[in-house]
Design a protein around this ligand. Structure first.
Ligand SMILES: *[C@@H]1O[C@H](CO)[C@@H](O)[C@H](O)[C@H]1NC(C)=O
Ligand SMILES: *[C@@H]1O[C@H](CO)[C@@H](O)[C@H](O)[C@H]1NC(C)=O
Ligand SMILES: *[C@@H]1O[C@H](CO)[C@@H](O)[C@H](O)[C@H]1NC(C)=O
Ligand SMILES: *[C@@H]1O[C@H](CO)[C@@H](O)[C@H](O)[C@H]1NC(C)=O
Ligand SMILES: *[C@@H]1O[C@H](CO)[C@@H](O)[C@H](O)[C@H]1NC(C)=O
Ligand SMILES: *[C@@H]1O[C@H](CO)[C@@H](O)[C@H](O)[C@H]1NC(C)=O
Length: 461
């Protein structure tokens, strides 16, 4: 079995006293596979959601300021589907299946009651992407009587469609699901970018024109309000208070990645008769230059230089890199531009995975060759994803769709879940006088969301 041989190679390398992860670009993927194995092991040492008494899908100190937020488990398990697909190692498949099913929630739309007190549309997306990834890569389907991958994604997307709000800014979805949540007045790039990405990929998988039409609409809106600017740079979001006339000029890698892969899917399915998607994709890629400072590895420039990356932000590159690798596959004209970026980035990640007592713990700063002293799920996940992107070229078979080998079936009768913004599954906690005294309550409520760094911009007005 593949898993066993990967494992023995890795442990042999570690036992022989090799410090750090050695990565070669010309060894048929062997060292990248080994790197992915070693980093996945470090990452999963944080996970105990499958143990008795624990909650499947939760990362340590779930929802607390010193811990991980709900969405990141979804992001991690989605990336573990990449891991299985690219390496053949099935070690984490049971955990992945269990978590992606456990968190579907009462309406099968990835809004479990536990998460509803501060729920962003972006948070939901990362769980739905896990289901979408499972369908695209033909990860095993759940038992027949359990929620199925593609219908789960349909339900989430239909909820987004129900939340499309033209009462301000001519459209867009809000960051927050519920009107009463702090942050409702922000329409951010990652929520809308995830909607775009999901609509385009679901359109590609199912061929359903409804989803393709929505992808067009979200792109046009995002460009219209300036979240995507003329240079192809993707910025963090816009406020409804001023009808979305001021763009928050904060860069996060995953905003770029979300729009990039959606655009690649649109290029792929439409045949791009007038060349507009090719041009948009090329502009996004050139606009991403600032995310690769001095043509070096991808850096989370929105927080790294100021040493302020929170747990959310430490993981963003994992998704961006996976989305870039997919882009190179489904829009192959991008491959010459994307491959060198992925290679340089993976090299950077490898040199940074040289810390901890095991000598292979990953830090954050991929621009330096000595471990930066930081540890966490985001660091392990991002490095693992960086190594996996190098395996994409070796993997026979493209990203699947229903016609060419996918097994998850579209549900033509799908309706949304509770797409309403008015009825939180739980009443929001009333804000008490004591809470009002400080900003603490706002911090607590907001901290549950994907978007860490821009919180103060939302509230700093
Ligand atoms: C939880 O998953 C890990 C693999 O990540 C496995 O080694 C362990 O046995 C599992 N625990 C239970 C209780 O199934
Ligand atoms: C919600 O929280 C309860 C209590 O911690 C836990 O038992 C349950 O598994 C959680 N549900 C989900 C979907 O995470
Ligand atoms: C808000 O902006 C949209 C265009 O983005 C415009 O159509 C609409 O008229 C504006 N509304 C107000 C109240 O200014
Ligand atoms: C579209 O994507 C599929 C993989 O899903 C790939 O096989 C195909 O070659 C792509 N189409 C084009 C025109 O590149
Ligand atoms: C990365 O390292 C190079 C060489 O040491 C340095 O010139 C550059 O400024 C660094 N970039 C970042 C983003 O830290
Ligand atoms: C396409 O998706 C829409 C929305 O989910 C659905 O109403 C419609 O039945 C689907 N079309 C087909 C042909 O399945």
């Amino acid at each position: 079995m593949r898993a066993a041989s990967v494992a023995s190679t890795a442990w042999a390398a570690m036992a022989s006293g090799v410090w750090g992860i050695e990565l070669m670009l010309n060894d048929g993927g062997a060292s990248a596979r080994n790197g992915a194995f070693v980093t996945s092991h470090g990452m999963m040492s944080y996970y105990s959601g499958n143990e008795s008494g624990q909650t499947p899908g939760y990362l340590p100190n779930e929802g607390q300021l010193d811990g991980y937020y709900w969405w990141e488990g979804g992001g991690m398990f989605g990336t573990l589907i990449d891991y299985w697909y690219y390496t053949g190692d099935e070690t984490y498949n049971d955990n992945t299946m269990q978590a992606l099913q456990w968190q579907v929630g009462e309406d099968r739309n990835y809004e479990p009651t536990n998460a509803s007190q501060s729920l962003g549309n972006d948070d939901i997306a990362f769980w739905a992407f896990g289901a979408l990834r499972a369908a695209e890569l033909a990860f095993p389907d759940p038992p027949k009587d359990s929620p199925q991958w593609i219908p789960l994604v349909q339900t989430v997307l239909l909820d987004y469609i129900a939340r499309w709000d033209t009462s301000s800014c001519n459209g867009g979805i809000h960051w927050q699901v519920f009107r009463l949540s702090p942050g409702w007045n922000y329409k951010n790039a990652i929520s809308n970018g995830c909607m775009f990405n999901m609509a385009a990929r679901l359109g590609k998988y199912t061929g359903n024109q409804t989803y393709i039409d929505w992808a067009n609409k979200v792109w046009d809106w995002s460009e219209g309000v300036g979240i995507i600017d003329k240079q192809g740079q993707v910025w963090d979001g816009v406020h409804t208070d001023d009808n979305c006339t001021t763009v928050t000029l904060q860069p996060w890698t995953y905003n770029f990645g979300a729009y990039l892969l959606g655009a690649a899917a649109m290029w792929n399915i439409t045949g791009d008769p007038d060349g507009k998607w090719r041009s948009r994709i090329n502009t996004l890629i050139s606009g991403s230059d600032h995310l690769f400072p001095n043509k070096g590895p991808m850096m989370e420039i929105g927080c790294l230089n100021t040493n302020t990356c929170n747990n959310d932000e430490k993981s963003f590159r994992a998704f961006t890199l996976s989305w870039m690798a997919d882009t190179a596959k489904i829009a192959p004209f991008t491959e010459p531009a994307i491959t060198p970026l992925l290679q340089t980035t993976a090299k950077g990640a490898a040199q940074q995975c040289s810390g901890g007592s095991d000598g292979v713990t990953c830090g954050l700063n991929w621009n330096v060759s000595t471990w930066d002293g930081t540890t966490g799920v985001g660091q392990q996940l991002s490095a693992m994803s960086a190594f996996l992107t190098l395996l994409a070229p070796f993997k026979a078979g493209p990203i699947l769709n229903f016609k060419n080998g996918g097994t998850s079936v579209e549900d033509p009768t799908a309706t949304g879940g509770d797409g309403s913004s008015d009825s939180p599954l739980l009443p929001l906690k009333p804000i008490t006088t004591a809470d009002k005294a400080g900003a603490a309550i706002i911090t607590l409520l907001l901290a549950g969301c994907v978007l860490g760094g821009s919180v103060w911009m939302v509230w700093g007005k």
